[in-house]
Design a protein around this ligand. Structure first.
Ligand code: ADP
Ligand code: MG
Length: 233
């Protein structure tokens, strides 16, 4: 589903050059849940931004669902993102004036889905996420965990093939973090959605089937956990 080849990203700050990613290659299968871990500044967000086509790599390429996104124009990328990709943010990025339903329904507007259908879909997903009693609340009237559930529902509403999440539990307490993580794993598994999640928390990452570790812009390990084996031991 995702193929990364010899990715390099150099940021220029004044006369200084920062090599944020160097020679990163990676393949992620359809339906796989992959966590990217590493300390602050190791290049996690940079990698996610290149994968999602939010930034152009300095070298190398990213192929998603058979399409070389590194070669796309901004316009092509925008359409590609709308149809193929969902995002979940650390700080939720909900629109403050919109209710939960309106926030979740919003991305469907760009896909030309009719209003009544948009609301119906948004409602169904929120209900599935136990947010039935918070459908008409605005973000400020919700807890962090509830806001993130709205954020997840919004990422998922268009049934993307890939969901990218940058520290989605970064602002949540440990109990809510567990709940949100379980929710993400569940959505990925039930719908065969490929997930790439960035976290600085190695313990949390271990709940995923695959953990890629970055140090100074390099992949230093790529581990696949066999869940059944762990459970049988
Ligand atoms: P992480 O998400 O793992 O904390 P980042 O990917 O944000 O790390 O950053 C990796 C490195 O690239 C850091 O040294 C950071 O300072 C640098 N960097 C990230 N974004 C930019 C930018 N837009 N301009 C210049 N340097 C950047
Ligand atoms: Mg980051």
């Amino acid at each position: 589903m995702i193929k990364v080849e010899n990715l390099r990203k150099v940021y220029k700050v004044g006369t200084e050059k920062v090599v944020a990613l160097d020679n990163v290659s990676l393949e992620i299968e359809k339906g796989e849940f992959c966590c990217i871990v590493g300390t602050s500044g190791s290049g996690k967000s940079t990698l996610l931004n290149q994968l999602a086509g939010l930034e152009k790599p300095t070298k190398g390429r990213v192929v998603i669902d058979g399409q070389n996104i590194s070669k796309m124009t901004e316009k092509q990328l925008a359409v590609f993102r709308q149809n193929t990709i969902g995002f979940i943010f650390q700080s939720y990025n909900l629109m403050p004036t919109l209710t939960s339903i309106e926030n979740v329904a919003f991305p469907l507007m760009f896909k030309g889905v009719e209003k009544s259908v948009r609301e119906k879909k948004a409602k169904a997903i929120l209900k599935e996420m136990n947010m039935e009693s918070r459908m008409h609340h605005k973000p400020t009237e919700l807890s962090g965990g509830q806001q993130q559930r709205v954020g997840i529902a919004r990422a998922f509403v268009g049934h993307p093939k890939v969901i990218f999440a940058d520290e989605p539990t970064g602002n949540l307490d440990s109990k809510t973090t567990e709940q949100v993580m379980e929710m993400l794993l569940d959505i990925s598994e039930k719908n065969n959605i490929t997930f790439v999640m960035v976290t600085h928390d190695p313990q949390l990452a271990k709940k995923a089937k695959r953990v890629v570790t970055l140090v100074d812009g390099h992949i230093i390990s790529d581990t696949k956990y066999d869940k059944e084996k762990v459970e049988n031991n």
